[in-house]
Each structure stands twice: as C-alpha cells, then as structure tokens.
Design a protein around this ligand. Structure first.
Ligand code: ADP
Length: 260
C-alpha cells in the first residue's frame, strides 16, 4: 500500500492524543530491492574475472606452463582479466565517491576546446586501432565553469563508448555550442545504436543492452551511471537519441554559470 505522506499526525480519540507516523513502505521496499540487486550485480561482476584467473592459473600449475605457447596465451588472459577487475573496482570506488555527501567539485573557468582536445588525445590510439575518425565542431570558442578532471572523465567515458559501439571505419563527432542561457556538448557516433526499449535503462548501474558484447568490449557497465552523476553534480542534464544500425547521440546541457 502506498501511503501519501510521511508527516507525523496528531490523532485524538476519546480525549487521548496519539502521534501517528506513516511510512511509505513501497518506497522503502523498492530501495531495499535496489540495494540487493546492486550487491548481487557487484558479486557477479567480481566473480566472473576471479573464476577465470583462478581457472587459468590452476591449469598452468597443473602442467600447462611447460608448453610455451599455452603458457603465453593463458598469462595473456590472466593479465586481461586482472585489468578488468582493476577497472571495475576503480569505477565502483569512483561511483561511491561521487555519490557521497562529501563529494565536491573543484570548479575552474576553462576554455571548452581545451577539455575536448585533451580527451581526444587520450583516445587517439583507440581511434587509430579501429580506423575511425573523430570530428570536433565548435562554432565559437567559449569558457565554461566545470571541474576539469571530472568533466574530462565525462567526455572520455562517452567517447570510449562511441568507439566501442561503432564498427571499424565509423565516424564520431563532438559538438560544443553556446546558446542563450546554456551550453551543449553532443557526442555522436555512427555505431550500432540502442533499441528504443533499452534507452530508459542505459544509465542504470550494470545495465547492458547486449551483455556478451558489452563484456567483451572490456566495459564495466558503470560508465554511463558515472557520467549521469557527474553531469548532475555539474547542474546539467543528459539525454540520448539513438537508432539501431544508424548511431547514437548523447546530448549534455549545462547552465552557462552554474554558480549563479
Ligand atoms: P559498458 O561498460 O557496458 O559500456 P556503460 O554504462 O558505459 O557500460 O553503457 C551501458 C550500455 O549502454 C552498454 O553496455 C551498451 O549496451 C549501451 N551503450 C552505451 N553507449 C553506447 C553507444 N555509443 N552506442 C551503442 N550502445 C551504447
């Protein structure tokens, strides 16, 4: 049963007063379910690489290490899986830091192109490996008030996804534009797209459209959840438009002076 409010009420019966406090049990149960799902997801995500590392290490110790080629192949897998664990733990810590009440942005006034070009530098090798090209469109240069490190993380997560979910030879665009009272950053790709039915859920932690494909891409399933939080602490909003087989665009909108 959903009770409308949580305000304590004074009720009088036969001259005796009682304070009645209603609790919204539906909301409490939903939160509890979310917490349980999160713990189950984290356990599953941690278990998968650990099982793999343990399995390959045991096979090596059982004798496979005497064959040089097998040894090399298995060590490669152990290395990749440990990197995946490191990324996952890093993202989990990041998410809990951003969500905590002690989290504060260190904002500065920076030219918008500096942020975009420094993120572009960080994905140069990935773009090259997939023979993709990245176009940056900035109509007029303007300055923005953001936490540069955290904002670079937003751009980097979205660019990394655009690269992962766009086939080789594809195209990625970054547009920055100032409008009357806000400014926008749009990161678009010519990739595989996201089905309409999945769009409302992609910002949830560990939600993936195609689980196997996303896991093989090395993603943690937390990238967009982190992006959404970081956009919101910058007083912005994030929207997504996508068409399967054609591509996806993430549209970020921020106030021009968030501190006003
Ligand atoms: P992951 O680590 O799996 O990429 P994210 O939180 O970054 O996790 O993204 C969640 C899911 O949203 C992805 O698994 C993928 O299915 C979908 N997704 C995100 N960005 C894109 C994109 N640019 N194109 C297509 N699908 C995307």
């Amino acid at each position: 049963m959903l009770l409308a409010h949580l305000t304590p009420m004074w009720v009088e019966k036969n001259g005796v007063g009682v304070v009645v406090v209603f609790h919204d049990l539906t909301a409490i149960r939903r939160l509890e379910q979310l917490r349980r799902d999160f713990v189950a997801n984290v356990s599953h995500e941690l278990k998968t690489p650990i099982t793999s590392i343990r399995g390959f290490a045991e096979t090596l110790l059982d004798g496979a290490m005497h064959d040089r080629e097998t040894c090399q192949e298995f060590l490669q897998i152990i290395h990749e899986e440990s990197l995946r664990l490191q990324r996952l733990i890093g993202d989990l810590l990041d998410l809990s830091r951003i969500e905590s009440k002690q989290f504060h942005l260190k904002t500065e006034i920076v030219p918008v192109d500096t942020l975009i070009y420094s993120a572009q530098k960080m994905v140069r090798d990935q773009l090259k490996a997939k023979d993709q090209n990245l176009t940056i469109e900035i109509d007029e240069l303007f300055e923005v008030e953001v936490d540069p490190d955290r904002f670079r993380q937003i751009i980097l997560n979205l660019l990394t996804n655009a690269i992962h979910y766009t086939p080789a030879g594809g195209h990625i665009t970054v547009v920055a534009r100032r409008r009357k009272s806000d400014w926008q950053l749009i990161i678009g790709d010519s990739g595989i797209g996201i089905p309409e039915s999945d769009l409302p859920r992609i910002f949830e932690r560990f939600y993936r459209v195609d689980k196997a494909r996303a896991r093989n891409s090395g993603g943690t399933g937390l990238g967009l959840a982190i992006v959404k939080h970081l956009v919101e602490v910058h007083h912005g909003k994030i929207q997504v438009e996508s068409k399967v087989g054609e591509g996806t665009s993430f549209i970020l909108t921020f106030p021009l002076s968030p501190s006003d």
